[in-house]
Ligand binder design. Structure first.
Ligand SMILES: *Cc1c(COP(=O)(O)O)cnc(C)c1O
Length: 478
C-alpha cells in the first residue's frame, strides 16, 4: 500500500488509530499470554545457528505498510524458535530475569504515556511515583532509613546494576578528589576477586586505569577477606594513594557468597572510602525478614544496588540504586544547560532524576514495579522467594547426599553450586548432557580454579515438579 492507496482508503495518515491499537493490542497481549502459557513446550535453549535469524528476514525494510497480523505471525516464525527462554521453568542458568503479568502491563502503560521523565517538570508523576516506590522498597526490603528520600538520601531506578555501580564510582571519585585535591591517578578502588565485572568496566568508564583496581582475595566461602583488604588499603595509603571506594557484594555472581559488610565498613570509614554494596541478585531475598542477615552493616553503606529485574518479578530494566547522601551523587552528575532551566527545579523542592544517572532521558520505569507491588503485595513476593529458596535447599540436600556429586560452595538462597565427584571432565560431561535434554539450562563458573555447575532456582514459572525433574535428570545423567 503506497500513499495513493492510503488516500484511496480514505485514511488521514499512516498512524495506528486508537481503535486499531485496541484490536492489535489485544492480539499482542493474547500472543504473550499464549507464549507464557505454553512455554514448557519449547526447549529452553534454541539450536539456531549464528546468522540464521537474519536469513529469515528480508534484506530490505518494507517500503509499504504491512498488515499487522503478518508481523505477529513472524513472532512464531522468526523469534520464538531463536529465543533462549528465560521464563521457562527449566531455566536454571546465570540468574533469573523474571517478568510477570503486572510488570508487563506496567511497561505497556509506560509506553502508552511515552513520558520523558528527565526533570520533575517533564513528568511529575513519573518522578514522584518513582521516589515514593523507592521509599516503599526501603521498607519492603528492611533497608536502613538513611536511604529514604525524606532524609538526606534517596533512591532512583537505573537500567542496570552496572550503571548504578558506575554512578557510585563517579560520586566517590568526585568526593575523594574534592576532599584531598589529588589527581585521579592517585585513587584506588577495592573489591573481592569474586566481584562482578561491572566494577572493572565502571572504573574504566570513570577514568581509572586497571592498576588502580585492587581485587582482594576471598576465604573458603568465597567472601572477601577483610584482613587482606585492610592490608591493601594500608599499603596504598602509605604509598600516598587515596582509597576512594570499596565495593562489598552480598550474593556474588559465581556462588552468591556474602562479603562481611560490617568489617568492610570499619575499613571504609577508617580510610574515608565510599562503601558501595552490590546486592544485584541476592538483594531481592530481603523481602523475607528471615533472610536479612546479609544486610548487617548496611546502615553504614554510602550506596546500594539491587535488581528487581532479576528475582522480584519485574521485567528488565529495573535496577534500584540508593544513596545515603544524594548531594554527593547529584554534585557529581549535575550539569544545567539554559534550555533545561525551570521554576520547579530552581525552587529546590523537586527531584530531577536526570542528575541521578548518566542519561538525560528516562522512561516511566516505576510503573511496572508499582504494579508488581500492588498485585503481589509484599506477602506475595515473600511467598514466591521463600518457595524458590526452599526448592534450592531441597536440591542442595539431594546433591549433598549423593556420593557421585559434591557441593562446590555453601548453598545460599536460590543457588546450588555443585560438581561431579569424578572431577573436571565428568562435571563438564554432566553439564553437556543436562543442557542437551532441552528441558533444563544450567551455566557454569569456576570456583578455586575448578569447573562448577550452577543451578539457579528463580524463574517465576518454576515449581516443585520442575526442580524434581531437574534432580531426576541429574540423577540419571551423573
Ligand atoms: C547480575 C549482577 C550484576 C549486573 O547486573 P546488571 O543489572 O545486568 O548490570 C552485578 N552484580 C551482581 C552481583 C549481579 O548478580
Amino acid at each position: 500500500m503506497g500513499v495513493a492507496t492510503f488516500r484511496m482508503m480514505g485514511r488521514p495518515s499512516y498512524h495506528m488509530t486508537p481503535d486499531e491499537l485496541r484490536r492489535w493490542g489485544h492480539a499482542a497481549v493474547d500472543w504473550v499470554a499464549d507464549y507464557l502459557d505454553t512455554i514448557e513446550q519449547h526447549p529452553v535453549l534454541t539450536d539456531v545457528a549464528p546468522g540464521q535469524v537474519r536469513s529469515w528476514l528480508p534484506p530490505s525494510p518494507p517500503a509499504d505498510p504491512e498488515p499487522f497480523d503478518a508481523v505477529l505471525a513472524d513472532l512464531d516464525r522468526v523469534v520464538v524458535p531463536a529465543t533462549t527462554h528465560w521464563q521457562h521453568p527449566g531455566f536454571h542458568a546465570y540468574f533469573p530475569a523474571n517478568t510477570s503479568g503486572p510488570a508487563i502491563l506496567g511497561d505497556i502503560v509506560s509506553s502508552g504515556l511515552g513520558t520523558q521523565g528527565m526533570l520533575w517538570q517533564t513528568g511529575p508523576a513519573c518522578t514522584e511515583v518513582e521516589t515514593h516506590v523507592l521509599d516503599w522498597m526501603v521498607e519492603a526490603l528492611g533497608l536502613p532509613e538513611r536511604f529514604l528520600s525524606t532524609g538526606a538520601g534517596g533512591g532512583v531506578i537505573q537500567d542496570s546494576a552496572s550503571s548504578a555501580t558506575l554512578c557510585a564510582l563517579l560520586a566517590a571519585r568526585e568526593r575523594a578528589l574534592a576532599r584531598t585535591g589529588v589527581t585521579i591517578d592517585r585513587l584506588t578502588v577495592y573489591a573481592s576477586t569474586q566481584a562482578h565485572s561491572s566494577l572493572e568496566k565502571g572504573a574504566r568508564v570513570a577514568g581509572l586505569r586497571p592498576e588502580q583496581l585492587r581485587m582482594i582475595d576471598v576465604d573458603d566461602a568465597f567472601a572477601l577477606r577483610p584482613d587482606l583488604l585492610a592490608a591493601a588499603v594500608g599499603a596504598d595509603r602509605a604509598d600516598g594513594r587515596v582509597p576512594c571506594l570499596v565495593m562489598a557484594t552480598i550474593g556474588t555472581t559465581s556462588s552468591l557468597a556474602v562479603d562481611p559488610v560490617p568489617a568492610i565498613a570499619d575499613i571504609a570509614e577508617g580510610a574515608g572510602m565510599w562503601l558501595h554494596v552490590d546486592g544485584a541478585m541476592a538483594g531481592s531475598a530481603a523481602v523475607c525478614p528471615e533472610l536479612r542477615a546479609m544486610q548487617a552493616g548496611f546502615d553504614r553503606a554510602d550506596s546500594y544496588v539491587t535488581d528487581p529485574h532479576k528475582w522480584l518479578f519485574t521485567t528488565f530494566d529495573c535496577s534500584l540504586f540508593w544513596v545515603a547522601d544524594r548531594s554527593a551523587l547529584v554534585g557529581a552528575l549535575s550539569i544545567l544547560p539554559e534550555y533545561l532551566r525551570n521554576q520547579a527545579s530552581e525552587s529546590g523542592q523537586v527531584i530531577d532524576y536526570r542528575d541521578w544517572h548518566v542519561p538525560l532521558g528516562r522512561r516511566f520505569r516505576s510503573l511496572k514495579l508499582w504494579f508488581v507491588l500492588r498485585w503481589y503485595g509484599v506477602e506475595g513476593l515473600r511467598h514466591h522467594v521463600r518457595e524458590h529458596v526452599r526448592l534450592a535447599r531441597e536440591l542442595a540436600d539431594r546433591i549433598a547426599a549423593d556420593q557421585r556429586l559434591e557441593l562446590a560452595a555453601p548453598p545460599h538462597l536460590n543457588l546450588v553450586c555443585f560438581r561431579h565427584a569424578d572431577g573436571e571432565e565428568a562435571t563438564e560431561a554432566l553439564h553437556r548432557a543436562l543442557n542437551a535434554t532441552g528441558r533444563v539450562y544450567l551455566t557454569h563458573t569456576r570456583l578455586a580454579g575448578r569447573y562448577v555447575l550452577r543451578a539457579s532456582v528463580g524463574a517465576w514459572t518454576t515449581e516443585q515438579r520442575h526442580v524434581d525433574a531437574l534432580w531426576r535428570l541429574v540423577d540419571e545423567l551423573a
